[in-house]
Design a protein around this ligand. Sequence first.
Ligand SMILES: *[C@@H]1O[C@H](CO)[C@@H](O)[C@H](O)[C@H]1NC(C)=O
Ligand SMILES: *[C@@H]1O[C@H](CO)[C@@H](O)[C@H](O)[C@H]1NC(C)=O
Ligand SMILES: *[C@@H]1O[C@H](CO)[C@@H](O)[C@H](O)[C@H]1NC(C)=O
Ligand SMILES: *[C@@H]1O[C@H](CO)[C@@H](O)[C@H](O)[C@H]1NC(C)=O
Ligand SMILES: *[C@@H]1O[C@H](CO)[C@@H](O)[C@H](O)[C@H]1NC(C)=O
Ligand SMILES: [Ca+2]
Ligand SMILES: [Zn+2]
Length: 593
Amino acid sequence: MLAFQSLTNSILLAVCYASAVSALATRNPHLRKRDGTPLPGFSRKSAFQVYGTGKAQPATFAAQTVDEAAKAFVQRELSLRPEDVTVTTSYTEDTVKNAYLSQQHDGVPFANAVANVAMRNNKVVAFGHSFVNSTSIADSQPKISQEDAIKTAEEQLEGTYNGHPITLEYLVKDDGSVALTHVIQTRNKEVGTWYEGFIDAHSGELLGVVNFRSDAAYHVLPIQHQSPDQGEFELLTDPQDLEASPWGWHSVNGGPSSGRTTGNNIHAYVDADRFATVEESASGDVYDYDLYTNTTEPADYLNTSATNAFYLTNTIHDIAYRYGFTAYNFQKSNADGSIGKANDEVVVSVHNSSGFNNAYMYTPADGQQGEIAMFLWDNATPTRDGSLSNDILVHEYTHGITNRMTGGGTGRCLQIVEAGGMGEGWSDALAIWTEHQDASTPDVGMGVWATNNPLGIRQFLYSTDKAVNPWTYHSLLDSRMTGVHSIGEVWSNMLYNVYAALVEEHGWSATAKTDPSGLEGNVVWLHLFLDALKLQPCQAEFVTGRAAWIQADQNRYNGSHKCLLWKAFASRGLGPLADDNYVDDFSVPAGCE
Ligand SMILES: *[C@@H]1O[C@H](CO)[C@@H](O)[C@H](O)[C@H]1NC(C)=O
Ligand SMILES: *[C@@H]1O[C@H](CO)[C@@H](O)[C@H](O)[C@H]1NC(C)=O
Ligand SMILES: *[C@@H]1O[C@H](CO)[C@@H](O)[C@H](O)[C@H]1NC(C)=O
Ligand SMILES: *[C@@H]1O[C@H](CO)[C@@H](O)[C@H](O)[C@H]1NC(C)=O
Ligand SMILES: *[C@@H]1O[C@H](CO)[C@@H](O)[C@H](O)[C@H]1NC(C)=O
Ligand SMILES: [Ca+2]
Ligand SMILES: [Zn+2]
């Protein structure tokens, strides 16, 4: 078990639904076959007008039913014959009457030439439409049979026809011409798709697809914000990185979505009840629990906490995966190609009642589930919640990364005190890496919000300035070094100095979390971080850890950052002459002066 802080130290947008009727003219770029081939979307921009208190209508209007009035209005506005307009549905709410209409030709309705009219006090208050004046309309008699259209739909949409009655509808194409289509629903319960395909009833081609599934969305504190006082909660749509989590965050090996905060990488649940995962709040994977405010008690925003913990730990899985945590990692299935044993996703206990003012992670060997316990912090009022403190979540999951990557997945290689201290240091360092929003390298603390203390839970802020953070290699002998967390402060601050030097020299990439291919300083830093874990020996020490970073740079970048790394480590006493006697060496190797 690795605690977040030593126990003695107890001082302590609109949502993008890919829905059937979208006002967006652009097509959904996520609509693809499983091999990545794009599918034709379904959308047509509508003209829309609102009329304030209302647009006056002829005297007859008042006596008409909602449907009659709306139909007559649309006919008048667009100079259409009665047989060209049909009311699809209508209803009255409070004082507003709403009608939805579609264009029609030869008795066949249009799928994507539609209108909506809102009426109030016998006036029209809003009107939207995507009707067309087309001179090229396909014949209303189909040439392709329904059976053939089903075959095409099933093949193209990689699912099975669900038996829903097939309709014949006109579909306006991008060029304004109008095709006659068979409309067929297909589902694939294994991969979680439900589509409606528009198959050209003359050519047999798939012309359009409606996706009934909403994108995954999570009401969370985005990872770059350390804690709720540092940024706003947002409803993030599809934050999963499909390169790192090819089945998303709720499916195992392409199986159906769990519909809950459980999946291939993470099982986030409440306290000790492993069945108490949070359920999606609407269709699709939508976890929109907007329950937190800075005066709410944690029990009243539990679902927000579990959603945030689920999002955050999955995101760290995805980032680490991109940078090489693909062996001995934590996944239920390794069918994505991960090396090692499966059935070891991380289970995260949110609002864990076994403690306060801390958090911890268990990392058994590859093949056994990791466990994270997130506590409440009751030294502030109202009580603060570790599951909303992104730095604490990253810190905990990173224990899993370092314990698994050092020594080949045994979970036994960061056991001596110095190695355990480095473990704490890596965890803080990676948390800070996720928080940068530009190339600046400010002084930064850990657990500042959770403890409601500007210094957070460490003795100094992390800093390149020795006046702010004085720790050097020799500090390991300091009387203030009372355990792994203090040792971790020294290591983490060295790594922060390395980070600052790399970013100063090579710039900063805003896309580093999902794109590890750049040569910017923050990208290089995270590559070296993970590469070095694989290289370093079991029970690493500062000296061997530093040697692993320099070797990692040789392996990946031909040693092009060698002198920069030496200088940064040496600035904190870990130069080439530093050895196990903890004497600071501020020199650099010949050739790097
Ligand atoms: C079709 O064109 C006529 C003449 O320009 C116009 O009055 C009418 O509103 C148009 N109808 C539609 C559906 O755009
Ligand atoms: C707290 O988390 C631990 C670690 O995963 C778990 O074993 C335990 O059941 C959780 N709840 C309580 C009340 O201890
Ligand atoms: C939290 O989620 C559960 C389902 O997982 C639901 O039953 C409950 O109503 C939600 N609570 C709130 C306050 O939304
Ligand atoms: C809570 O948030 C409000 C508005 O967002 C802010 O004005 C207030 O200072 C905050 N209170 C605390 C205790 O952080
Ligand atoms: C490293 O050197 C090799 C051979 O000299 C070269 O092919 C490669 O592109 C270099 N890589 C980098 C990152 O500089
Ligand atoms: Ca594993
Ligand atoms: Zn820790």
